[in-house]
Write a protein that binds this ligand. Sequence first.
Ligand code: FE2
Length: 186
Amino acid sequence: MNNTVFYHCPICGNVITKLSNSGVTPSCCGQEMEELVPKTQDPEVGEKHVPVMTCKEGCMLHISIGAVIHPMTAAHHIQFIYLQFKDKDGHMGGRFVNLNAEDRPECDICTCSIKVEAVYEYCNIHGLWKTECNEENCPDLKCLEQKDCCQQQEPTNRCYAQSAEEKQKCEQQEREGNNTDSNKQF
Ligand SMILES: [Fe+2]
């Protein structure tokens, strides 16, 4: 598997990926950016960061962050989810779902005509995390299949807004320090 590579600027916080790779390390704020090495396990904080994939009816893949739901507040939230895939001809591609503090840390992505390889997510405090789609992480193997295109005109992403109650509870937990990962730096 050729993995998507993400870079981070420790000064301004920009996160980027290359659409074409010349081999040169990109720069930001006058210095080379740092390559983000995705983490795949999060036992210290109860798996709040590792993406969890669930195959729904038909072509939709549900992704949540993580097994224990990650907080979504202005100070601490998931900024994006990225699905890496191969198309029917073997070309690598990807789909981004950008999230903000108003959203739940989850989405549905149409997987018609693609073979899912991995899901990444980026937490503004704790960095890059990844789950590979393999027999261990996707035991029912549906994610590994290429499905025929559904009736939708375009592949779709679907996000979910947090309810006012969810948002209030999340912010309160952050204030009280119940989200034990909030002080950890990546
Ligand atoms: Fe986090």
